[in-house]
Design a binder for this molecule. Sequence first.
Ligand SMILES: O=C(O)CCC(=O)C(=O)O
Length: 285
Amino acid sequence: MEQPIVPNLDKDYLELEETGGSPPAAQWRDAPRTSDGLAASLVAELRSAGHVMVENLLTPDQVAEMREAATAFMGPRGRQDFEGFNTQRVYGVMAHTDALDPMVEHPLVLDVLDHFLQVNYLLSQVVAINIEPGETEQHLHHDDLLYPIPRPRPPISVATMWSLTDFTEANGGTRFISGSHLWDGRLPDDDDVISHAEMPAGSVLFYLGTLWHGGGANRTDAGRIGVTVQYCQPWARTVENFGLSMDLDRVRECSEEMQSMLGFNIHSNLMGYVDGRHPARLLSD
Ligand SMILES: O=C(O)CCC(=O)C(=O)O
């Protein structure tokens, strides 16, 4: 069968042409963004274990600035067990502040994501989470539960969890079951070995959307603050509706790549249009 031709809105942001069209553009990025080879080893580990950690990716100054920005917007405690009755969250982080942009578009992160998600991938959600003293364990889940497609399968989303305080087993460092990204539809049971993300402030844990994980219990007397930044395939629905939550002036200040991740781009030449036109037109008109 001949490849179906779809209209192309990408060329110089032209209007939809009645006669024009082209096959969808390339689906994977081929050039790495970083040059030290670290991304390749992280990708290999992420593929085999479903998670991988990089310590001290942020400087202490960045950690302090980001923690201050995130805590300024901390909301009330959770509304149900999943959010945590002793946990504060900041939803809509991107709309509130640009202080966390450097973690969202960190070149090492994007370099790793390029191996799991097709070009034009999207930011799915950014949530800052303060697990307070006395919080109990969040139940285990995997982020791709939102996509009702049978497992085993490649992930549709990939998450990062950035530590803005030290993460320990005692203060609620993210729990996860190594290798569970490869499971079929089975659920965790008491025999599964649960690991904890223990990492200094300024570090990042990557985990695939198919990895079973959850927040830990906090048995210390200080909060555990982290930011989860999640990304998904360009053809999947995002958890957070950035198109509605972001002020256009804020989006205009973002890099072109960030604008694309926020949905101000199209995929397969057509998905994501606004009134039949490229959505980036909203930023320039
Ligand atoms: O806070 C954590 O460590 C994990 C949180 C999480 O997985 C979630 O809220 O979906």
